[in-house]
Design a protein around this ligand. Structure first.
Ligand SMILES: C[S@@+](CC[C@H](N)C(=O)[O-])C[C@H]1O[C@@H](n2cnc3c(N)ncnc32)[C@H](O)[C@@H]1O
Length: 245
């Protein structure tokens, strides 16, 4: 399934994104493809306040500000606010995207502050905790506000053990964070703060991964073998959509 050919990175709304800029700032499967697919399920209006939790280098924050005119609080742990601020200035969105350095359990926001909360390829690092949604994420969203999460996942839980091809890559981090969309649905169901609208496998899985594998990043080069040895067969991207009650 993997080919050396780079899938063109093209987004069809109002703006084009420079392929080399996207490649430089990828931190995993192409987050722009994910947010572009999910935006179809989102109602975004100019002036809305959006939390982008675990935004990394801010690709999705830039996209949301440029495409929809929303104000984005681009929040991340590994990437500093100053580094992201430079990128947001370079992209001309510094008035719309506010860079914030914070940990997901200690977020500096008022309760019910956001119209929308998104988290793309990051929520699995903290959101696998059973009470994370109820205690930390959902409280930040207004009643009727939208919550959208996309994470790397599995087509099915490995109930009979990790497939042989993937065994040499498998680690505690993967064991804890990679799950099927049915697993995520069960995790979210008890949360009384939200009404779940969707739990799905994302259509952009192959293209988003292929963009990552061919972007030239050192970690991406290591992931090439893992995908060939079973990743394409067993992995997917999971999306969850909910409304705050
Ligand atoms: C794989 S990167 C993806 C970044 C970005 N969303 C993207 O798709 O390009 C995962 C991000 O999750 C963030 N993250 C992980 N654990 C976190 C935590 N406990 N609090 C806040 N952010 C966290 C990291 O800082 C990192 O930038």
């Amino acid at each position: 399934m993997y080919t050396e050919e780079l899938v063109p990175v093209m987004y069809t709304r109002n703006h084009q994104y420079d392929t080399s800029f996207v490649k430089e700032n990828l931190m995993g499967p192409n987050a722009l493809r994910m947010i572009d697919e999910l935006a179809k399920s989102l109602k975004l209006e100019k002036g809305m306040r959006v939390l982008d939790l675990g935004c990394g280098k801010g690709l999705t924050s830039i996209y949301l500000a440029k495409e929809f005119g929303v104000t984005v609080f681009a929040t991340d742990l590994w990437i500093s606010a100053s580094e992201n601020y430079e990128r947001f200035k370079a992209m001309g969105v510094e008035d719309k995207v506010i860079p914030i350095h914070a940990e997901a359990h200690d977020l500096p926001f008022a309760q019910e502050y956001f119209d929308v909360a998104v988290s793309i390829d990051a929520y699995h690092y903290f959101g696998v905790e059973p009470d994370y949604l109820e205690k930390y994420f959902a409280p930040l969203v207004k009643k009727g506000g939208q919550i959208i999460v996309a994470v790397p996942g599995l087509k099915e839980e490995f109930s009979a053990g990790v497939p042989a091809g993937l065994a040499s890559y498998w680690c505690d981090d993967m064991e804890n964070t990679l799950h099927s969309h049915e697993w995520w649905l069960e995790l979210w169901k008890p949360c009384e703060a939200v009404e779940i609208r969707e739990s799905a496998e994302m259509k952009c899985f192959r293209e988003a991964w292929q963009d990552w594998l061919t972007c030239g990043h050192e970690i991406a080069r290591k992931d090439v073998g893992m995908m060939a040895d079973g990743g394409w067969e067993h992995f997917n991207l999971v999306s969850m959509v909910a409304i705050k009650r």
